[in-house]
Every structure is written in structure tokens, then in C-alpha cells.
Design a protein around this ligand. Structure first.
Ligand code: ZN
Length: 139
């Protein structure tokens, strides 16, 4: 799912939670949008050259809609992993901002799951950093 789509969905979702959390809902929008920064991290390691990274993101629409034109490799996106979620849940037990970010992140992950299942019809990411390390897969 595109970053702008995540931003719009998270903003709409946070609108409904506004009565509960007030203006702090901006943290839900941050959590629901910016965990996709790990796509930038992963692809920075993958492409190495800044020009290639920019090309990748400029063609991201094609990438998603045409299933990457033969590139069906499953990649690790660390902020989409169960390990990141465990750390965030732990922080959320003690810190309110982390709790609000967690709400956004969970909403984001559910959106990604629905998108992967019904639109892409495949999963483009590993769900676990440990699982990815055990398989010894590269980026
Ligand atoms: Zn995502």
C-alpha cells in the first residue's frame, strides 16, 4: 500500500478516536504512516546508489500494481516485524505516546495485511526478523 494511502486511512481512523485521545491522535497518524520508512531502509541496502533508490520509489506504483515485473522476492521490513511489535507493546505499557503510536502501527499492519491478501494476493515481507535471519536471506 502506498504511503499516501496509509496517511489518508490513518487520518480517517484517528478522526474516530479523537473523542478518546484529543489532539494526541497525531501520534496515531505518525504510527500508521511512518513505519513504512523501513521500505526506504531496506531498499537503501538493496540498491546502494541513491539514484537507484529514487528510481525505485518513482516506479513504486508499477512495482505494486504489476507485481514488481518479475521481482517476487520476499523482503525484510524491520518495522513490520513481530519483534518490533513486541518492543512497541512493551513501551506502550509504560508510555502513553508509545501506546498511541502502537494503535497506528496495528492499524497500518491490518491495512497492509488486507492489501497483501486481497490486492497483491501475496505477501511481500517477512513477518519476523529472527525468521529472516534463520533463513539467511539477503535484502
Ligand atoms: Zn506497511
Amino acid at each position: 500500500m502506498f504511503l499516501i494511502t496509509h496517511f489518508i486511512l490513518a487520518t480517517i481512523f484517528s478522526f474516530f478516536l479523537f473523542p478518546l485521545f484529543g489532539w494526541d491522535v497525531w501520534l496515531i497518524i505518525v504510527g500508521g504512516t511512518f513505519i513504512d520508512l523501513d521500505h526506504f531502509i531496506t531498499n537503501s541496502f538493496r540498491f546502494k546508489k541513491p539514484k537507484d533508490i529514487i528510481t525505485y520509489f518513482s516506479k513504486q506504483f508499477k512495482f505494486f500494481m504489476r507485481k514488481a515485473e518479475g521481482d517476487n522476492k520476499v523482503r525484510l521490513y524491520p518495522f513490520h516485524s513481530i519483534e518490533f511489535l513486541v518492543v512497541l507493546v512493551t513501551l506502550a505499557l509504560f508510555f502513553r505516546p508509545a501506546f498511541l503510536i502502537l494503535i497506528g502501527v496495528v492499524f497500518h499492519l491490518i491495512s497492509d495485511f488486507i492489501s497483501d491478501t486481497f490486492i497483491l494476493k501475496r505477501f511481500i515481507r517477512y513477518f519476523s526478523i529472527i525468521g529472516w535471519l534463520r533463513k539467511g536471506k539477503g535484502l
